[in-house]
Design a binder for this molecule. Structure first.
Ligand code: PMP
Length: 363
């Protein structure tokens, strides 16, 4: 059953697990992998060659391309880390049922790990998340519970509340709880951040990160401030979410459609102390930029990558990043999750998201 996880994130020295590259920043992949889980992490860093230029920026913009993960998002890292840390501590036993409330990508990662390791998997997800994510999780063998949209997280009918109830009801079950589990930020502290620093030879001036659980922000920002104290940390939170600081930036109750970022509470896994500046993000700008990333850079990203880049460009301008300086933007998930959403002109048009969309660049 659920252990007493610490309510604040703790940062100890990391273990030398094969998936933690702290002691080995450049893990060498064997030619033949034992399972798909060995293909988690080690994503490419890719230079953006066109969008920055057309926005008048001279600095270098690099994308940490997490959509190349086997489950399609950066959340594969935390799914594996949360499950393996809990296995190591003896909290997950053979025959266990693993339960997770998720906006989808963690659910896909958890379902993938459970498929490989043979655990029963239950994912609890709000209705508003895309059917593409549900189809992927179902194909991986997960059982899905959908909850109504907009229910406050502390109510029993919310996706968090339903997951807690299922954990009480199902014997030999374990709730991973990415919102509180310290293995979430640790996966990024040990993995994502190390890979970013390694790719950049410790030379970077800005990192841009969208926030959902805040695990990426917490882990990446902490490690990068340790190694590159002058690097600016820029965090992006949708209009309608309550994570940004100062609190006056936030507008309670406003609906937003970009998936995976934004919450009606500040998760315990989210440590905001390293953020130099918060930006509030609108849906239209986010989706239009996601389409530009696909069209102009050839990178098959999801909506929150558009959010990060659009507001990242704003931040690069606000902080005056110059030629020779470098900004890393994290592209979290893949186009696969959104075929019927921002990729679809009708879906975009009905919502007014196509207004003022830039013409295709002439070649
Ligand atoms: N973008 C997408 C598409 C996501 O699914 C998530 C995770 N929910 C994030 C961004 C934010 O990541 P984190 O939970 O680490 O803040």
């Amino acid at each position: 059953r659920r252990p007493d996880l610490p309510s604040r994130c703790t940062y100890g020295r990391s273990k030398d697990s094969p998936h933690s590259n702290k002691s080995c920043p450049k893990p060498v992949r064997p030619k033949i992998l034992n399972s798909v889980l060995d293909n988690i992490a080690g994503t490419p860093m890719i230079r953006l060659n066109n969008i920055g230029k057309s926005e008048g920026l001279k600095c270098e913009i690099l994308a940490k391309c997490e959509f190349f993960q086997p489950g399609g998002s950066l959340k594969d890292r935390i799914a594996l880390r949360m499950i393996e840390d809990a296995e190591e501590k003896g909290f997950i036993k053979p025959g266990a049922t693993i339960i997770e409330p998720s906006s989808g990508n963690t659910g896909i990662g958890v379902a993938m790990v459970c498929a490989v390791k043979g655990y029963r998997c239950i994912i609890v997800m709000p209705q508003r998340m895309s059917l593409e994510k549900v189809a992927t999780m179902k194909a991986l063998g997960a059982e899905i519970y959908r909850t109504a949209n907009g229910i406050p997280f502390d109510q029993p009918e919310s996706h968090v509340g339903v997951a807690r109830r299922l954990m009480e009801e199902i014997p030999n079950s374990f709730l991973l709880d990415q919102y509180r589990n310290p293995s979430n930020p640790l996966a990024h502290y040990d993995g994502t951040a190390e890979e970013i620093l390694d790719a950049c030879d410790n030379k970077l001036d800005m990192v841009v990160i969208g926030t959902g659980t805040g695990g990426t922000l917490t882990g990446v920002a902490r490690k990068i401030k340790e190694r590159c104290p002058n690097c600016k940390i820029v965090a992006v939170d949708p209009e309608g979410s309550l994570i940004a600081e100062p609190a006056e930036l936030n507008q309670k109750g406003k609906k937003f459609e970009v998936e995976g970022i934004g919450k009606d509470f500040v998760p315990t896994a989210c440590d905001r102390q390293f953020v130099d500046k918060w930006y509030k993000a609108a849906d239209k700008e986010s989706f239009q930029m996601a389409r530009r990333i696909v069209r102009e850079e050839g990178l098959l990203v999801g909506g929150s990558s558009g959010t990060a880049l659009h507001y990242g460009i704003q931040a690069m301008k606000d902080f005056g990043l110059k030629e020779g300086q470098r900004c890393v933007v994290i592209f979290v998930d893949s186009i696969r999750n959104y075929m019927t959403r921002f990729l679809n002109d009708e879906w975009m048009g009905e919502r007014g998201y196509l207004e003022d969309e830039e013409e295709e660049p002439s070649k």
